[in-house]
Design a protein around this ligand. Structure first.
Ligand code: PMP
Length: 457
């Protein structure tokens, strides 16, 4: 049994000494201690001091069906007692991975035919890089290797994932970006749009892809990777003109299109996948997070017909992980998908709680002096904090407004995320209207407090 009654101070002391955290400055752990979460139910978690906290981020954008669902525990228990492990190497399979691949084929956009498995979004994207380059080798065009991505993209934390991502502090950590990966600007109209309409800016941003392909030579470009809505980069939903133009460019220059659905998948945008929300026809669809609602690690990669047919002609696939298609993870993912279907969570995001949530944020944009823009779709949203709403002048890092808002929220029982000078939210898809009201109430008080400190209230 874990030492569950040890108490916060002791946990924090052991944690500071023994555990290297992700995306955290160890000095912060040393001086302030970690926040220890011990329990979860529905849209709430509890910390080791017994405080109940509304999780406006669904963990890391993943607990779509909410915490503590017995059905998933039962699925894991049944699978572990029957067949705790087998793999998909060397001609093997288990019924759970076969069934999950078949179920996913029924949910993904037309044209996605086959699925590979991995254990995280990062691994899924590593897999995509390898398979995309392999595709072009089999096609007799091995020079087509370069992957084009975008600034402020997040595609994971492995070597390939961090290089595909467009976050300079991640690149700086180990000295740069892998060869044959390059980035174009992301389509954030509020910041980069200037005098252009959203639609004109969407076309301009998409045409940066065409320009980069021409610069590199289409004969050297394997693929373009993008999240349907950029998540960790600050929930940046593109103008309506963006994706159709990207699709045109990829077709025209014979560049594979990778839609990273790790956040957008499984109802987050009000459709099963972001690709359906934006009418994207990808060649690769990496997905993770909501696939199991974060209950166990699992990822999958949807492959288009042309990709699966070509890989089918190329001989041995020299790739895979010990835990690709782990039967326990697949059984849990299947139970998770059952719940999303049975409870109509995708439709709920599209028709009910999504619009309710969005309307509350639109009201903040209209009324609050610190909020210049709402971004997002479905149940992913961000609020851009600004100094001046008319000139679209953003708050600066020195203003420190987003961090202040985040800390106020946490102290008052709400988890939100701060990205640059935006507040980001991505709650469980089961969040109730009362809980949305609670979220807005705490967030508004936090924004008021930050505005007062900046002399704006
Ligand atoms: N792609 C996207 C779009 C993501 O948001 C993330 C994680 N936030 C990843 C990939 C990486 O997933 P993981 O952390 O499971 O490796």
């Amino acid at each position: 049994m874990p030492r569950s009654n040890t108490g916060t101070a002791t946990w924090q002391a052991i944690d500071a000494r023994r555990h290297l955290h992700s995306f955290t400055d160890p000095k912060v752990i040393e001086t302030q201690g970690s926040r220890i979460i011990v329990r979860g139910e529905g849209s709430h978690v509890w910390d080791s001091d017994g405080r109940k906290i509304l999780d406006g981020m669904a963990g890391l954008w993943c607990v779509n069906i909410g915490y503590g669902r017995r059905e998933l525990a039962d699925a894991a228990h049944a699978q572990m007692t029957n067949l705790s492990y087998y793999n998909n190497h060397f001609q093997s399979a288990t019924p759970q991975m076969i069934e999950l691949a078949d179920v996913l084929a029924g949910l993904t956009p037309d044209g996605i035919e086959q699925f590979a498995f991995a254990n995280s979004g990062s691994e899924a994207n590593d897999t995509v890089v390898r398979l995309a380059r392999r595709y072009w080798q089999i096609k007799g065009q091995p020079a087509k290797r370069t992957i084009i991505s975008r600034t402020m993209a997040y595609h994971g934390s492995t070597l390939a994932g961090s290089s595909l991502g467009g976050l300079s502090h991640m690149h700086a950590m180990d000295g740069g970006v892998l060869p044959d990966i390059t980035h174009i600007e992301h389509p954030h109209w509020y910041v980069y749009g200037g005098e252009l309409s959203r639609e004109d800016f969407g076309l301009k941003a998409a045409r940066a892809l065409e320009a980069r392909i021409l610069e590199l030579g289409a004969e050297n470009v394997a693929a373009f990777i993008a999240e349907p809505v950029q998540g960790a980069g600050g929930v940046i939903d593109p103008p309506a003109t963006y994706w159709p133009e990207i699709q045109r460019i990829c077709q025209q220059y014979d560049v594979l299109l990778i839609a990273d659905e790790v956040i957008c998948g499984f109802g987050r945008t009000g459709q099963w996948f972001g690709s359906q929300t934006y009418d994207i026809a990808p060649d690769f669809m990496p997905m993770a997070k909501g696939l199991s609602s974060g209950y166990v690690p699992i990822a999958a990669i949807g492959l288009s017909r042309r990709v699966s047919e070509t890989l089918g002609q190329g001989g041995l696939i020299a790739h895979g992980y010990t835990y690709s298609g782990h039967p326990v993870a697949c059984a849990v993912a299947l139970a998770n998908i059952e719940i999303i279907k049975a409870e109509g969570l995708v439709e709920r995001v599209r028709d009910d709680i999504g619009p309710y949530f969005t309307a509350k944020f639109d009201k903040l944009v209209a009324e609050h002096p610190l909020v210049g823009e709402r971004r997002g779709v479905g149940l992913m949203a961000s609020l851009q904090l600004v100094r001046d709403k008319t000139t679209r002048e953003l708050c600066t890092m020195e203003d420190n407004a987003a961090i202040q808002v985040r800390e106020f929220c946490y102290a008052n029982g709400l988890i939100v995320r701060a990205v640059m000078q935006s507040i980001v939210l991505s709650p469980p898809l089961v969040i109730t209207r009362d809980e949305v009201d609670e979220l807005i109430n705490i967030l508004t008080r936090a924004l008021d407090e930050a505005a007062r400190k900046l002399g704006k209230l």
